[in-house]
Write a protein that binds this ligand. Structure first.
Ligand SMILES: [Mn+2]
Length: 383
């Protein structure tokens, strides 16, 4: 069985001041072409379809056209979708009953009562069954109704407890689709600036709690990477959504499941974005002289190292680059300025900042109860 693993489409996203409509339509068309050519047995979307919980009409149209193209392929390819933290579960769920008839399976919500379970889709191949379990993005509070109004003590506990109550036959092949922050024990994950920063790392889940699955299709982190094991993976975004991703290689993940005892195969299919995101650094004159015509339309982040601030650098750069994201200066003057402000330049996450403030005001550290209350408040504010 072979399936595409995608996540974090973030349809409707802007890159700095640029609307990415054309770029997103272009890359989604490439996914459609791959689907036509490869004919995978399923296409999996591990959350964050849209960039906003209330997507624009344009974003909805783009996704609609994309889904329509995929679902009109014959023979039909099942399409599996879960909600991410950027999606609205209710909005994504809309028409999910009708879409099921089109082989589109959507899970917006996690179980909310004692008799609700994860959505599950079983597909068949020559080796037998493959069960796909849909685990949409959750926060511990979302599943309190499943556990007698008791909120699991952490994200990890919530995921573990939700999975424990499923009747999973581990002799069959099982795939989990999930949108959370997983990492192997002690593993440092690569984060990108286009991701939502988490508060104090409390959303971190040890990937060992999902290791029994034959494959775990993850969304949330925007760089493709493993979480603790070969078969627990983030596929990353199809496009570079921040300058911090300029050096990442974005690909389409094709997963092959063989016999239960065989290791999964992961093939990364190359993608060809309409415009790349690139960083260039140097003196204004040399950057202009080195600019290549074929890169003219790329999204460019420029760092100028001229000791004398050039006159209207952005206007000059626009002669060779049509999509400039930012122009920064890095010279003796700006570095000196940075040093002077170094103390202020240390930006911690809001939780740490408030903890320090609290201690200064109260003369004691926050206790656990106060801390968890604050985390809740910050999360609400973040939404
Ligand atoms: Mn995302």
């Amino acid at each position: 069985m072979r399936f595409f693993h995608l996540s974090d489409l973030h349809i409707g996203k802007q890159l700095h001041s640029y609307n990415l409509r054309q770029d997103q339509e272009h890359i989604l068309q490439e996914v459609v072409s791959y689907a036509e050519k490869i004919r995978p047995d399923a296409i999996v979307f591990a959350g964050d379809i849209y960039d906003k919980s209330v997507p624009s009409a344009e974003a909805v149209r783009i996704f609609d056209e994309f889904l329509t193209k995929l679902s009109s392929l014959e023979p039909a390819i099942p399409i599996l979708i879960i909600a991410g933290n950027h999606d609205s579960a209710q909005r994504l769920n809309y028409a999910s009953q009708i879409l099921k008839r089109q082989n589109i399976y959507i899970a917006g919500n996690v179980p909310e009562t004692e008799d609700e379970y994860l959505k599950k889709l079983t597909l068949q191949d020559e080796e037998g069954k493959v069960n796909f379990y849909f685990l949409p993005f959750l926060k511990p509070g979302y599943v309190r109704g499943v556990f007698d109004e008791e909120i699991p003590e952490s994200y990890e506990a919530a995921v573990r407890k939700i999975l424990e109550r499923e009747h999973i036959d581990w002799n069959e092949r099982n795939v989990l689709i999930s949108h959370q922050f997983y990492a192997g024990r002690g593993q440092k994950m690569e984060r990108s600036e286009s991701e939502t920063a988490s508060v104090g790392g409390l959303d971190l889940i040890d990937s060992s709690c999902v290791q029994n699955f034959d494959y775990v299709a993850l969304g949330h982190l925007h760089g493709a990477q493993r979480a603790g094991a070969e078969h627990i993976r983030y596929c990353g975004t199809l496009l570079k959504y921040s300058v911090s991703e300029a050096n990442q290689n974005k690909t389409l993940h094709l997963i092959s499941l063989g016999k239960k005892e065989d290791a999964v195969q992961v093939e990364e299919l190359p993608l060809h974005p309409l415009r790349d995101v690139r960083k260039v650094r140097g003196e204004l004159e040399e950057i202009i002289a080195d600019a290549k015509l074929e890169n003219k339309d790329d999204y460019i982040s420029v760092t100028l190292t001229d000791e004398v601030d050039p006159y209207k650098p952005k206007e000059q750069l626009e002669r060779v680059y049509s999509h400039i994201l930012e122009v920064r200066m890095d010279n003796t003057r700006t570095r000196k300025k940075l040093e002077e402000f170094e103390e202020e330049a240390v930006v911690s996450d809001p939780l740490t900042v408030f903890e320090e403030f609290f201690e200064e005001m109260q003369g004691r550290a926050m206790n656990e109860e106060e801390k968890s209350l604050l985390v809740e408040v910050l999360e609400e504010a973040g939404e």
